[in-house]
Design a protein around this ligand. Sequence first.
Ligand SMILES: [Zn+2]
Length: 63
Amino acid sequence: MATKRIVQIFCNACWNKKGVEVDAVERLTLGSLRWDLCEEHRDRFGEMLSEVLDIDEPMAISA
Ligand SMILES: [Zn+2]
């Protein structure tokens, strides 16, 4: 018999703030810390980080 394990990764921010399970689209690591984020929280965090670091146009990652 074959077994298939399915793992779903949810946004840490949505879970902590609203108690809802929203699929994470990005894993952010900073030193020894890690966050899994949905699209909305990823974008919001990126905007806040750019503001804090005073960077108007962050470098884009080429695909
Ligand atoms: Zn979220």
